[in-house]
Ligand binder design. Sequence first.
Ligand code: ZN
Length: 322
Amino acid sequence: MITKECPFCSACGARYYGSRDAAIWAACRACRSIFRDISATDFEDLHKQAEDGSTLIPRAVGASGNQPHADVWRAIGLAGSTVLEIGPGSGHLLAAARDAGRQVWGVETNPAHRAHIASTWGIHTVHPALSDLPSGQTFDAIVAINVLEHVHDIQGFLQALRTRLSPNGEIFISTSNSSCIVPRVVGPWWSMFKEVDHVAFPSAAGMSAVAATAGLAVGRVWTSELPLETPIGFAVAARDYLRRRRHGAGHRDAAPGRPPAAGTPATRPAHEVVDRKAIGRVYRFRPGWEPSARLMARLGRAASIKAVLTHPTKDLTHPTQR
Ligand SMILES: [Zn+2]
């Protein structure tokens, strides 16, 4: 029996979707979003555990060194002079925005991540909470990548962002897509269900519903993924399933409520185990060979869902090109 209402469309009576480790997952019958049946208090404990066990900085620096993510910043394509990133983590994107001439701020709950951003990029405008930002300051661009899946009260979160959004500003969100083909096939064996404090994955309908309730309008919503992300998502699910069968519930991946173990590929999301060298070899062998990412995006079933949210009154006659 699922007690929690859908965090996206507020519908009650969600169906049981599946369970993995100690987590019970529900699927909304109305908007088809997927969410964890967990109280706000229990979620706070998980979030703290995940923060204490975070291995994001060494992984991000290992993957990108100290090169800002300029290509990602350009692809997001948000206009204006002021940028707020929620959950900047290692700061690679925030540094790219700063290098592109923007004034940048961040909200990052993890003190180790804030310290890293200050020492590595010299950015000292990253605060623990939205309420720590300069009073009355609003932003032309607000970015939240891989954040929403860690948020328990999504409506409250978006309402808070709206109060910090300039009249013509845009909020860019990227999170895990509940309509992704991988969980439709493998259920809770999708690697996104493995992260200790993941609690909610929207569908496009769910994203639109929660934006409207928070007083925002959806400028655009779409899905996309990295090359090979869907095939790798299936491979990781199969590997985890077989491992569990071999080792039983005592295997460390199965320990309930534990933060991910440091650096082991088994505990990373699928998109982080993409072997970029291997992909590079594939592309050199047959350029443009990998069609699944484009196909999944066209079907709305790619691994991540992206949305641009605005104030309902924003003039959309000149949409941002991206
Ligand atoms: Zn719903």
